[in-house]
Design a protein around this ligand. Sequence first.
Ligand SMILES: Cc1cc2nc3c(=O)[nH]c(=O)nc-3n(C[C@H](O)[C@H](O)[C@H](O)COP(=O)(O)O)c2cc1C
Length: 199
Amino acid sequence: MARNLYAAEFNAMIQNRRSIFPEDYTGERVDDAIVRQMLDNARWAPTHKMTEPWRFLVFTADGIQALAAAQADLYKSVTEANGTFKESNYNKLLTKPTLSSHIIVVVMKRDIKNSVPEVEELGAVFCAIENMYLTASAYGIGCYLSTGGITYFEKARELFGLESDDRLVGFFHVGIPKRDYPPGKRKPLEDISKWITSA
Ligand SMILES: Cc1cc2nc3c(=O)[nH]c(=O)nc-3n(C[C@H](O)[C@H](O)[C@H](O)COP(=O)(O)O)c2cc1C
């Protein structure tokens, strides 16, 4: 009985989890202990051959200002050189991070010796990210994964000290939500699954 109750709560937690964006954060600081719990649960994601390929750099308080300035500078130097600079993108990179309480830079640390294909290592890191999402939901915290901005800039790898086979996966924003999580939307189960029960 107790176990069924737990399962029902767990199912609701998964289906009610939402991405909450920085514009919808109050600006208050999330307790560091909750962020630590998110990271602690992240490392319990499944991992082929136990490579544990996730790494996290947590920026908060003045660290967020430093991250904002560094990513805006990087954007400017790369895009001015290739002629794609946009003032609006630059300003967004400089100001948007300050809306978040914590920003967790998520990295896939690759050990080429272990023979696990890269796609599996990235898969493990995305499982870890889902654990962070769900932990945040359990505490009523807002969060979302951003893969925009400088995520795919080659020079961003240097900024965060990545080695040649590592990958910058994204920026996980965390904040106190201004309001309840909005409803979500998904295709019906029938559209995305098929059971094969006979020969
Ligand atoms: C791999 C991945 C990358 C994402 N990148 C972005 C992003 O760059 N910008 C953004 O607004 N949302 C991003 N998201 C969040 C999605 O927009 C969000 O998950 C989707 O809208 C579904 O909403 P839900 O998470 O509330 O169910 C990303 C999600 C995933 C899984």
